[in-house]
Design a protein around this ligand. Sequence first.
Ligand code: AMP
Length: 451
Amino acid sequence: MAGEGDISEFEDLGLNEWLCNQCKALGIRKPTPIQKNCIPAILMGQDCIGCAKTGSGKTAAFALPVLQKLCEDPYGIFALVLTPTRELAFQICDQFQVLGKPIGIRATVITGGMDMLQQGLDLSVQPHVVISTPGRLADHLTSCDTFSLKRIRFLILDEADRLLEDDFGEQLETIFQRLPKKRQTLLFSATITDTLKELQEVALNKPFFWQAEYTTATVEQLDQRYMLMSADVKDAYLLHLLDRYSEENKTSSILIFTNTCKYCQILGMVLRELGFPCAVLHAMIPQRQRLAALAKFKSNQVRILIATDVASRGLDIPMVDLIINHNVPNRPKDYVHRVGRTARAGRGGMAITLVTQFDIRLVHAIESFIKTKLTEYETAESEVMKILSEVAVAKREAEIRLDEKDFGEQKQINKRKKLILEGEDPDEVEKQQRKRRLERGKQGKKKAKSS
Ligand code: AMP
């Protein structure tokens, strides 16, 4: 139980009493290291770059000082938060709403997948805080003039490494052009990258920089395992693992990561067919359904969530006991983000990665990145063999049902629509992609021959 001394620690950071009380009401008693270090600097008006693992309290580290400054001089639009995924935007908005309730905070989420007209209205009433994914905000900025970002006091980039390195460049440029030069810029990220380091060096207002001191990139309480199998029987191993784990841990929650939307959908159908209620979360389902899936999982209505990497970043899903990597992520950094969904805020957890004969090199890359060896999760092969044909039939049926729904075709249509909206000729783009694939294939063959 936290004593008075702990509670006063938030006050020691220079935060007003109402914010300290709000933290207390939320059950947040002691500032985490990133909060302890970054909040005073932000309150003093400095730009800030903060790096710490997921679950370290990053959102509150920027939300608390922004709310304090907002309270001193309330107007809209006061702060803009940019984040790479829609779900993360909603989660950040929730924290602003809860922490800022006493001052009647107005926070709005602007992301793709929601009604553009309604969002236009929401923006025109000048909310205090706008939390957005770059694409949709850039769309609004170029298509309507009912709001302005010219007076914002704070720009916050959450998951900044991904915003700066992935495909958001053009959209960010559209947004940045419309921001005032005089503002505070706060960058938060789970991993420190060269792009972030460069930013620190070139920044005009020398930013305050803080990075958590960790020797390894994943949390210590996390038990990291692998399961080795041949690629063609992977799903039977997965089902066996789910069966055994849920039997031994009846109230456990499990998050399964897959690499494609289609596989995510198929696995969902297979699991349901074989008696494992679950929810799926991927970019091909409408935003409302995505939020509903997340809510179902968070409220324990279902104990299994299957997701693509849309769920791997920053989402605060409490009490995930087991992460299963159905595929080995290509980039070690993505592995860290995925397993960051468990063992959050000091709780224990386990991550099991399904490894086939094709993945050994990727696993070694991950092990050297996290400076930890994964240990084997033992399975009884004979037990897996018993369910092999049952799983294969369920999978085949799911594939047929999905094909009937034209899942792949719909994806293709969405892609082409997007290209047309961007002023591109979809046929020409596909032609170029095919050409590049062919060239890559040729180069691969050449390499294989020479080695
Ligand atoms: P975040 O890193 O922002 O995703 O936060 C992860 C979780 O930690 C959220 O559920 C927060 O409510 C919680 N949290 C934030 N600050 C603290 C704190 N000082 N002590 C305990 N939990 C916290």
